[in-house]
Design a protein around this ligand. Structure first.
Ligand SMILES: Nc1ncnc2c1ncn2[C@@H]1O[C@H](COP(=O)(O)OP(=O)(O)OP(=O)(O)O)[C@@H](O)[C@H]1O
Length: 449
């Protein structure tokens, strides 16, 4: 715990020393005793945390000294110690910004002790809040935390910068693990809404029958088990940002309800009839091609146009070139710091291996590969063998077989044919090829048997 610098201004040497002696019983209190107001002012450069002032000093009255201190720094809590018992005097001091007013008597030292401790608790809270604010700002000053220097990521930074100046809806697309949520948070925490809530909802993670109540809230008795009123996520996000992740998973019924809510900018809780206004910026994300979903009929066209706003496309990691190595180094440094380890570097072979791999799980996968490599490596260097790829995406394996394009094509057609129970017409339509291509393929594979 940081020690507390306390200025004690008291002209009565006996009383001053007695207070000093008592307060010094707390080893965290760093007491500086002065006998005059002038001494106090000329020592303000030492930045005291608290000042305890005697009301009747020989060179200056308590109220004047209070003012002089406040002119230099109005944040320092000042405790007035006075022989005057009139309530009016105390009230005037408190009105002028004194933190406390203590009467001089045999209890002064104990009351002062408690008063200082209370102020200290407050100061600790204030500094904790300041620290957290600073951390938050650092956390989301996106150029420092969204790592990358490729043209692709610079383009993303440019779009983030554009979006934070207005309230435009933002739609973020990209494969899993490309940083869609990171970008959504960066927009929120760098916008004017940063001190209001950021509420994220993942459509793929909420059971369909709970979604509506989760979005819009419910009143008591709205459905079996609704024993309490619940405030929905849209209401919670008021003034801030609502992030709808995996929006393509929303069913058509909820899509139309969402459209209405976005048009009217108000929600009605389930089982209620009051319209509640809300003001939240909308950011949506999906790994699917929404325009394609509209074409397929699984996503409403009118909702699509309402939410699309400023589109930000996050490229897969494999298209970000050297960013893979920058990110790898960033994750190594994080791991080393979190685990209080000595520094670790990547060998040339390990770098080559990372650059060759195509990371279907993108940055999330890179982070887990690096974390494991930091644990496995020896002598502070990650070698190629320390990098283990546990990709569950079978495309890697499929492509690693190195067949000809004709062979791959045949394999794909046969796969879909089997999936469609040998329905040639359906398969041809799905793959957008002529049915004769499929018949020819079947014939030639029959011949091979
Ligand atoms: N450019 C980046 N710099 C540093 N860390 C990143 C970057 N992009 C993503 N990350 C990290 O990668 C992980 C995955 O990011 P995030 O959850 O934002 O991805 P996502 O696209 O929303 O994934 P999903 O589609 O699966 O929800 C997180 O740990 C995030 O902090």
């Amino acid at each position: 715990m940081k020690s507390l610098k306390i200025f004690l201004i008291e002209d009565d040497p006996f009383f001053g020393e007695a207070l000093k002696y008592h307060l010094k019983l707390n080893p965290d209190f760093d007491i500086h005793l002065f006998k005059t107001g002038k001494e106090c002012i000329s020592n303000l450069y030492q930045k005291p945390d608290i000042i305890c002032l005697d009301f009747g000093l020989p060179d200056i009255t308590g109220d004047k000294l209070l003012k002089r201190i406040q002119e230099t720094n109005d944040k320092i809590p000042i405790i007035i110690i006075s022989g005057q018992e009139e309530i009016e005097v105390a009230v005037n001091f408190l009105k002028s910004g004194a933190a406390d007013y203590i009467i001089k008597n045999e209890h002064t030292k104990d009351i002062l002790w408690n008063s200082i401790n209370k102020i200290r608790e407050n100061l600790d809270l204030v500094s904790e809040v300041e620290d957290l604010k600073e951390q938050l700002e650092q956390k989301f000053s996106f150029e420092k935390t969204i790592i990358g220097q490729s043209d692709a990521i610079k383009n993303v930074f440019n779009k983030i910068n554009k979006s934070i100046k207005t309230n435009i809806n933002v739609s973020i697309t990209g494969e899993t693990g490309t940083g869609k949520e990171v970008v959504a948070k960066a927009i929120h925490y760098n916008s004017e809404r940063k001190n209001k809530p950021f509420i994220a909802i993942n459509m793929a993670a909420i059971p369909k029958d709970l979604m509506e109540s989760d979005f819009f809230g419910h009143e008591i008795g709205a459905f079996t088990g609704a024993n309490t009123r619940s405030i929905g996520k849209f209401e919670q996000a008021n003034g801030g940002t609502i992030f709808l992740d995996e929006i393509a998973e929303l069913d058509l019924n909820l899509q139309s309800k969402l459209l209405r809510v976005l048009q009217e900018r108000e929600v009605v809780r389930l089982g209620g009839n009051t319209k509640i206004k809300f003001d939240a910026r909308l950011i949506i994300a999906t790994h699917k091609d929404l325009a394609q979903e509209v074409k397929k009929g699984s996503f409403r066209e009118d909702l699509y146009y309402r939410i699309i706003g400023l589109p930000i496309e996050l490229p897969p990691l494999r298209e970000r070139g050297n960013d893979t190595l920058l990110l790898a180094k960033y994750f190594i440094d994080l791991f080393v710091k979190d685990n209080k380890m000595k520094s670790i570097i990547l060998s040339k072979e390990a770098k080559d291996k990372l650059l060759k791999y195509h990371f279907p799980g993108n940055i999330r996968e890179l982070k887990s590969v690096i974390d494991l490599a930091c644990v496995m490596c020896e002598n502070g260097e990650i070698l190629s063998d320390d990098l283990t790829f546990n990709s569950i995406n079978s495309t890697d394996f499929f492509l690693s077989e190195e067949k000809t394009l004709k062979e791959y094509t045949a394999e794909i057609i046969l796969h879909y044919l089997k999936k469609n129970r040998n329905d040639v017409l359906k398969t041809a339509k799905k793959l957008d090829i002529g049915k004769s291509t499929i018949y020819n393929l079947i014939q030639s594979s029959e011949k091979l048997k």
